[in-house]
Design a protein around this ligand. Structure first.
Ligand code: CTP
Length: 229
């Protein structure tokens, strides 16, 4: 048989899934955080792993006991930690699922050493913006980026469309605020060609495990097209 006719078996796609909140330190005991449970990211990672993909999870400080059942998990605390992990890992992956709920602000200046005491005058926390991670990430033409958007229902699609461009993503998974910390999602996938798709035609809520499998299934053809091995 001629070598040129041999079909090279496709290696499994490599997925990087960032999930959960960030904790921005105040001192060595306290932090500024948010209510993200990390559940949607976990369910997507699990669903992708079930398709045979190699999945690495970057997990923020969330309390999902099942996370350790996944094959490859690294932990982070702050947005700066997550940025450092992504800078190292992303060049070695095909797909990024950026489901982490990254803080928008952190305490300015150096983290205070030790523990602020109750007797000290109540501190006034000066905050500074956390720099954008996803929109500043360097990706190459064969990598596929999924951004997330958490939005009030009435702004969901318009805002997801803005974030699609600002985050340089291949698609955005938009969720309404009600999904935060819950077990159900009303996710829509917003595509650059203007299409908006949901699991249910009416965009009703469904368990995150079900929505996650649908998301993996729905984005997979676009991933296969873009991520040539
Ligand atoms: N994100 C990021 N870096 C940040 C903030 C958010 O990479 N500093 C990513 C999130 O992981 C998500 C997407 O950007 O994939 C949208 O996050 P979201 O919190 O919905 O929006 P923001 O960009 O923070 O904007 P806003 O708070 O105004 O909605």
């Amino acid at each position: 048989m001629n070598d040129t006719n041999t079909t090279k078996p496709q290696s499994p796609t490599r997925w990087l899934v960032a999930l959960g909140p960030t904790h921005e330190p105040i001192d060595e005991v306290r932090f500024i955080g948010n209510r993200s449970s990390g559940r949607m990211g976990f369910e997507i990672a699990k669903a992708a792993q079930e398709t045979g993909a190699h999945v690495r999870v970057l997990a923020g400080p969330c309390h999902l006991s099942q996370i350790d059942s996944l094959n490859d998990v690294a932990r982070f605390q702050s947005a700066a930690d997550l940025r450092a992990l992504l800078t190292t890992d992303w060049p070695n992956f095909d797909v990024l699922i950026m489901a982490a709920a990254v803080a928008d602000w952190r305490v300015a200046g150096e983290k205070l050493a030790g523990k602020l005491r109750r007797e000290t005058p109540a501190p006034v926390l000066q905050l500074e913006p956390v720099a954008e991670i996803l929109g500043n990430l360097q990706s190459h033409a064969n990598q596929f980026v999924v951004g997330f958007a958490l939005e009030p229902m009435e702004q969901m699609i318009a805002s997801a469309r803005r974030k699609l461009i600002a985050k340089k993503a291949d698609c955005i998974v938009a969720n309404s605020l009600q999904t935060l910390d819950g077990v159900e999602s009303d996710a829509r996938i917003v595509w650059p060609d203007g299409r908006v798709v949901s699991l249910d035609a009416q965009g009703a809520f469904a368990p995150k495990s079900v929505v996650a499998r649908w998301i993996v299934q729905t984005i997979s053809p676009a991933i296969s097209q873009k991520c040539v091995h």
